[in-house]
Design a binder for this molecule. Structure first.
Ligand SMILES: Nc1ncnc2c1ncn2[C@@H]1O[C@H](COP(=O)(O)OP(=O)(O)OP(=O)(O)O)[C@@H](O)[C@H]1O
Length: 812
């Protein structure tokens, strides 16, 4: 079983060991037993610390012709082994490294690798002027057991390099640490700029490789690079990945205990805790738990935590010691109120620029419109700095919009698309996974169950699940046991899975930025992938209503809610709706939204591959929708007209930051098949006449016949069409397509293939049953919540009204 080390967060796969194979610390929480191996802190003679703290600090900064990894290492493995003085080495505790760093005798700065066997070690001594160590065995053990950081990094900042030197260093680091062959499009510019110590902004498509733009310079700049990231999961993943590559990284976050955070900061700024932690108890804890790990080269932190007093002290110390290398502000669009994920704490980051003016800043985002870029550069004082804007195009993603209203059974349609994708991958013998984004938590279970019944493993994921369940789904999906994650937007932040072949949006997303980011989780391996969005005007009306609801009334302080965001959110939703309903190339709508140059779509969106078909689908969906409204007696629906009754709590995970809990009762026309168990309740029954698109289409056929007989239907000029639409809502040129669709829809039903599959697969049936159980549980929980809320509101209504407030100057 995998366990995460509580010191360095490395994921260990060896269940039998209680010490972390990366840092060598007893990171696994187990009761000590007689057989427990000795820890690094105990008297383990194998720990060889060859770097000297004192010396380190006094060291003149290394000439920049070689990798900084070599510059700080003052001794070689040979020294360490020959000295064979573990006690001394432990005394010479280095703040930045406890691992063996290897440089050759010429001190040419080459990294000579990480010794894993005696042969390697002996080879390294071949040209050595010093005698080979007599205790090779112990050294070899040290290398394999405790010292998994094969590279060392400069404790202080490395001076600027010439461009030739920078080029060489970049190549070496890319090859030896990141194991990559070459840099992608904007990466060389961004990395060069960082090594010139210039501030900059990088706007690069999702999956474009933004992380490398600060991770690689961090290795070369020396000192500590501070990465400000909004997502705890992403921070954790990235630190784990960096540690696995041998780059010391850590994250200070609220998920760590106070002691763990203190231990990490102690590694960044030694003796900080000695001053800061006053109580003896605390001191003891911090010092006993501080592992002998190298100083992090990259320190991840949330924008909220970076403003704390302790963090300010750390930054000031780093700055005064000339060790503050770079601020990397990831997901910088969170800084702009024009961005789709505005986070107020980001606004406070400008203090970093004023307080630490010499430290360069790198702002990174995938989704920045010109307005957002302007906002970010202003807030982070990046005016005049280079702005690297890459292409927003993701050529390997095919974009499609499906019109839910015109589809008889959209869930069946969705399942078919998913099955097709998996079948294709199966025949190609390629791995395949996907994500379906929904808004309502209940829909996650409903859709996951339908997919499972089709023989594809799917699981529901939303913020309402228990943490363990969420982790299980995330892990299952990441390791391929779960093929499809049906999730709310709570899923996927910081996901870096390469074989995601499709991302499906079951409802319209809130903004193009959000859509671009979510759909961008497909095809990160560069292989052909799909983004499919199911559009319904009902969803848009719902969201408009929710946005208005969120912005109306008063907040907790009793003040009227700020209305400035209302307009922005409505306009973002309108942009997103335009993406769905405009008869233009989808790819270029996205690119233009971000201010990019138009590209040749090469028929990789549904519109470019068949514009006529898209137009017909859109218009027939509109016609079907209007008819539904007319049939249900509500006339043409222009505004969401209060179809939701009861207390307005929402269980969609679509809030800005926090997740909303509660209930949403929809009594209007539904988007599911009337036969579906979802709409069996009496509450819904009245409104489900003619909910099927094919029913409506056949109705149209009848109307068409009648009109033709009377000579009053669908005739006349274009200018009359509006008046005619008011009564029938069907544009003339649609007749043929509607007819065709109708005939198709009227065909006798054949038993569904997917249903046959269900019965044949026990596992999938079990999975579906489990999901349905979950759905039932969610429903009962929702009922309970609703009851409690109703009780609360009725209590409030019966309570006596509060006394009127005293006006100024009024006597009691
Ligand atoms: N030069 C490169 N060559 C090959 N692969 C690369 C290169 N740079 C980055 N990658 C890979 O591309 C993938 C995406 O990188 P990364 O996570 O940095 O993207 P991102 O731009 O931060 O994406 P997002 O905006 O979604 O967070 C990673 O798996 C990374 O290893």
């Amino acid at each position: 079983m995998t366990w995460a080390c509580r010191y360095c967060t490395f994921a260990n796969h060896d269940d039998t060991s209680t010490t972390c194979c990366l840092c060598g610390m007893p990171g696994k929480r187990t009761l000590p037993s007689a057989r427990e191996p000795k820890t690094a802190k105990d008297d383990d003679p194998e720990i060889i610390d060859i770097t000297d703290t004192a010396n380190d600090k006094k060291l003149p900064v290394k000439s920049h012709s070689s990798l900084p990894t070599a510059s700080v290492s003052t001794s070689t493995v040979q020294d360490a082994a020959a000295n064979d003085a573990p006690t001394t080495s432990r005394k010479r505790k280095a703040p930045h490294s406890t691992c063996i760093t290897t440089t050759n005798n010429n001190n040419d700065g080459e990294i000579h690798g990480f010794f894993t066997n005696n042969a390697d070690l002996r080879r390294s001594h071949k040209n050595s002027t010093k005698p080979a160590p007599s205790t090779i065995k112990s050294v070899q053990q040290t290398a394999t057991i405790h010292c998994r950081y094969p590279h060392s990094f400069s404790y202080h900042l490395v001076p600027k390099r010439t461009s030739q030197e920078a080029k060489q260093d970049i190549r070496k680091t890319l090859d030896s640490i990141f194991k990559l062959r070459k840099l992608r499009n904007l990466q060389p510019h961004a990395i060069n700029c960082a090594l010139r110590l210039d501030s900059q902004m990088i706007v690069m498509a999702t999956g474009g490789g933004k992380s490398l733009c600060y991770q690689l310079p961090a290795c070369l700049l020396g000192g500590v690079t501070i990465v400000i990231s909004p997502l705890l999961a992403l921070m954790k993943d990235q630190t784990e990945a960096l540690n696995a590559k041998g780059i010391p990284a850590a994250c200070v976050s609220s998920t760590n205990t106070e002691t763990q955070n203190a231990a990490i900061l102690e590694r960044v700024v030694p003796s900080l805790s000695a001053n800061a932690e006053k109580t003896a108890n605390r001191k003891k804890k911090v010092f006993t738990e501080t592992p002998q790990l190298p100083t992090p080269v990259l320190l991840y932190i949330t924008p909220e935590s970076i403003g704390s007093n302790r963090m300010r002290t750390v930054l000031e110390r780093l700055y005064s010691e000339n060790r503050l290398a770079l601020f990397a502000v990831d997901e910088a669009h969170c800084l702009s109120s024009w961005g789709h994920d505005f986070r107020p704490a980001y606004r406070r980051l400008n203090y970093l620029r004023t307080k630490f003016p010499k430290t360069p800043c790198m702002a990174l985002t995938a989704t920045a419109t010109p307005n957002v870029i302007k906002d970010i550069t202003k807030e982070l004082s990046l005016e005049g700095c280079p702005i690297h804007v890459g292409s927003f195009d993701r050529p390997n993603i095919n974009y499609t919009v499906k019109f839910k209203d015109g589809i008889d059974n959209p869930i069946q349609d969705l399942v078919k698309i998913i099955s097709k994708n998996h079948q294709k991958c199966e025949s190609d013998k390629a791995p395949c996974s996907g994500i379906v984004y929904v808004h309502k938590r209940e829909d996650t279970a409903m859709i996951a169950s339908a997919i499972s019944k089709a023989g594809i493993s799917a699981s529901a994921y939303h913020a309402g699940l228990k943490k363990d369940d969420r982790l299980a789904v995330q892990d299952g999906w990441s390791n391929g046991n779960i093929q499809v994650a049906v999730a709310t937007v709570a899923f996927g932040m910081g996901i870096d899975k390469d074989c995601v072949r499709y991302v499906i949006h079951w409802c319209i997303p809130k903004s193009i930025e959000g859509f671009y980011q979510e759909s961008g989780r497909a095809g990160r391996d560069g292989q052909q992938s799909h983004s499919i969005l199911y559009y319904s005007s009902d969803d848009v009306q719902k969201f408009k209503y929710l946005i208005q609801k969120q912005s109306s009334g008063t907040n907790r302080d009793g003040q009227k809610k700020d209305q400035t965001n209302l307009k922005r959110k409505l306009s973002q939703l309108a942009d997103m709706e335009r993406y769905c309903t405009e008869l233009k190339c989808r790819r270029n709508i996205l690119i233009r939204h971000f201010g990019g140059e138009v590209v040749d779509c090469r028929r990789t969106c549904d519109f470019c591959s068949n514009p006529g078909e898209v137009e017909r689908a859109l218009r027939s969906a509109k016609a079907v929708k209007d008819t539904r409204n007319q049939i249900s007696g509500r006339g043409k629906q222009k505004q969401w007209d209060g179809q939701w009754d009861g207390p307005h709590l929402y269980d969609d995970d679509w809030g800005d930051h926090g997740m909303m809990v509660g209930d949403l009762r929809v009594t209007g026309p539904l988007e599911v098949d009337p036969g579906s168990p979802e709409i069996k309740s009496s509450e819904h029954r009245s409104s489900v006449r003619f909910v099927k698109a094919s029913d409506i289409l056949s109705k149209y056929e009848a109307m068409e016949g009648k009109a033709k007989r009377n000579g009053t239907f669908f005739g006349g000029s274009e200018s009359d069409s509006n008046a005619k639409r008011a009564s029938v809502n069907i544009p003339p040129h649609l007749i043929a397509s509607l007819k065709a669709a109708s005939t198709k829809a009227m065909k006798p039903k054949t038993p569904c293939k997917e249903a046959a599959k269900v019965l044949s697969s026990e596992d999938h049936a079990k999975n579906a049953a489990a999901i349905e159980e979950q759905l039932a549980r969610m429903k009962s929980e929702r009922e309970a919540r609703l009851k409690a809320l109703l009780a609360k509101t009725s209590k409030k209504a019966t309570a006596p009204p509060p006394p009127p407030p005293l006006s100024f100057g009024q006597k009691k």
